[in-house]
Design a protein around this ligand. Structure first.
Ligand SMILES: C[C@H](O)[C@H](O)[C@H]1CNC2=NC(N)=NC(=O)C2=N1
Length: 143
């Protein structure tokens, strides 16, 4: 695929043709703002706001959508910046929910007055990574 550094890895059962077209409009290589993670199994970007209050309001709005869709992000926050990664743990890979929620984050952020984000720093990504490890297995469907 032209302009794609990493190939997306979709989770099992994803309609790849549909997913690819929604993915393209999200990617920074295609004019969007999201980047594929190194293995292509997730989408990530940072969001920045003027104040912590706006940042927290944005996160609250995102969390309500997470409840509706029963899907959670791997995310971290420091002051006015929130780093968000969308990936599906089970079945592993990028799913339609990830794409939908990434796009929803874009529109919610706009509503909350997003400002130009800084490039993603290792620190804020590592914060999300370590939270993910300590969260344990949250995504194995209960029988
Ligand atoms: C049973 C339920 O569908 C799962 O626990 C859901 C909940 N939210 C989830 N969120 C994410 N990001 N990945 C998952 O695999 C996932 N699984």
């Amino acid at each position: 695929m032209a302009g794609l550094q990493v190939s997306p890895r979709f989770s099992k059962g994803t309609d790849e043709a549909t997913a690819l077209s929604s993915l393209q409009s999200l990617l920074s290589s295609e004019g969007g703002r999201w980047t594929l993670t190194s293995e292509g199994e997730g989408l990530e970007r940072s969001f920045k706001f003027k104040t912590f209050a706006k940042t927290w309001d944005f996160m609250t709005a995102v969390s309500l959508q997470c409840k509706v869709k029963n899907h959670h992000p791997e995310w971290s926050n420091v002051y006015n910046t929130t780093f968000i990664r969308w990936t599906t743990h089970n079945p592993k890979g990028l799913s339609t929910k990830d794409l939908e929620l990434a796009s929803l984050c874009d529109s919610i952020a706009k509503d909350f007055g997003e400002v130009e984000p800084e490039p993603v720093t290792c620190e804020i990504r590592n914060l999300a990574d370590s939270a993910t490890v300590s969260a344990g297995d949250c995504c194995t469907p209960k029988k």
